[in-house]
Design a protein around this ligand. Structure first.
Ligand SMILES: Cc1cc2nc3c(=O)[nH]c(=O)nc-3n(C[C@H](O)[C@H](O)[C@H](O)COP(=O)(O)O)c2cc1C
Length: 384
């Protein structure tokens, strides 16, 4: 089993996503770990996403026939081996060192029978991924240059992506206090006299990354001379409204999942704009700090939506128990960001596979011990 730097890595004694997080913290440079582990401002919402899951308790049931348990789910027309999807985490290509992180995570997702979502801000492009895999989902933000946006959407269509995820939580930049205090250099990494010492502490990671430089945002290479983060963020459209979501609906032939709905009002507007699915998401606590957790926001959104769209939960998932709790409160499935990134940082593709195995096993045991035979039968009755 290979580590992110190519060395042998034994994950047999890794029991939880928290264990993978600790390994990732040791194995990847501080600026990269802080970027993937921290949240906006003081990370209050990131913490609430996790803590509010912990506060929910499952209700044990006994003497039910749970000899055959079924974790499968159907989400936006696709059959999944379990109700889990990998959420888009732009730039994750660089997490294990080099530029292959998205490919590794997508391979692990394919092996696990769940979808991987490629971010608009990924290192690898739609076409890079498509050369090896199909059926992955693609995420985009509203871009003020609608010509570029339309071209990217058409590239995702041509690659056969079944689901387009529209991220609505990133119209402007937020702030990460941890990165400011750590005086962290910009990402993707550049080796400068100021940053070289930080990266030199992880020589194998640093060399692998050096070999892949310049690390660029693959999806923007056809559209701009310098696909650098500073140029791309100027395209984020802070003036976009639900009318623009209707426009996107009109040009996208596949399923449309809108990401970032946290209340019934926005849920109604999302359905009116033509969304097939709604991701209850606060961007993993990376945008509006001091906002509520996603699990707290879920029930009201589920109630407002009814059966007019599929509601997914995104944010705070660190275990299979969390997945089951979200399903109990009405989610059709869950998305994971950090849980897979910890695996990616700890051990590349094998680490993502480990993260998915951990969640699957926890989910299977929890489904059985709450007395269910099928995860899709979860209801509030399995919560205390
Ligand atoms: C390091 C990092 C990068 C992210 N980049 C993106 C992105 O490019 N686009 C996007 O829609 N969401 C992005 N997100 C948010 C995730 O898609 C997801 O909403 C979030 O990670 C869910 O919370 P969790 O990490 O607790 O699972 C990012 C999250 C993290 C942690």
């Amino acid at each position: 089993m290979g580590g992110p730097n190519g060395e042998a890595m034994n994950l047999d004694h890794v029991a939880s996503i928290g264990d993978l997080r600790l390994i990732a913290r040791q194995r990847i440079p501080a600026p990269v770990f802080e970027w993937l582990d921290g949240g906006a401002f003081e990370s209050e919402t990131l913490k609430a996403n996790v803590d509010d899951f912990r506060a929910l308790r499952l209700r044990q049931r006994v003497m039910k026939d749970i000899s055959a348990r079924d974790l499968s789910a159907t989400v936006l027309g696709q059959s999944l081996s379990m109700p889990l999807v990998i959420s888009p985490t732009g730039m994750s290509g660089m997490v294990p060192g080099g530029d292959g992180g998205e490919l590794m995570a997508a391979r692990a997702a394919r092996a696990a029978g769940i979808p991987f979502t490629l971010g608009m801000m990924a290192i690898k492009s739609i076409e890079d991924l498509r050369r090896e895999l199909d059926g992955f989902w693609f995420q985009i933000c509203m871009l003020s240059d609608r010509g570029i946006m339309r071209d990217i959407v058409e590239r995702a269509r041509d690659a056969g992506c079944p689901v387009l995820v529209l991220t609505m939580t990133w119209p402007i930049l937020s702030q990460m206090n941890r990165s400011i205090r750590g005086r962290h250099a910009r990402l993707p990494p550049r080796y400068t006299p100021a940053s070289i010492l930080t990266y030199a502490r992880h020589p194998r990671w640093a060399l692998k990354t050096l070999g892949a430089m310049p690390i660029r945002f693959g999806n923007f290479v056809p559209h701009m001379a310098e696909p650098e983060i500073a140029n791309i963020v100027t395209l984020l459209d802070a003036s976009a409204t639900w009318k623009d979501v209707e426009w996107l609906r009109g040009i996208w032939p596949g399923k449309l999942l809108v990401k970032g709905v946290m209340n019934p009002e926005d849920a109604q507007l999302a359905i009116a704009a033509g969304a097939d699915g709604i991701s209850v998401s606060n961007h993993g606590g990376n945008m509006l700090d001091a906002s509520s957790s996603t699990i707290a926001a879920l029930p009201a959104v589920v109630e407002a939506v009814g059966d007019r769209a599929e509601v997914l939960l995104d944010g705070g998932i660190r275990s299979g128990q969390d997945v089951l709790k979200a399903m109990a409160l009405g989610a059709k499935a869950c998305l994971v960001g950090r849980a897979h990134l910890y695996g990616l940082g700890a051990a590349g593709e094998a680490g993502v596979s480990k993260a998915l195995d951990i969640i699957r096993k926890e989910l299977d045991i929890s489904v059985g011990l709450t007395g269910l035979a099928r995860v899709r039968d979860a209801s509030p009755a399995i919560l205390c």
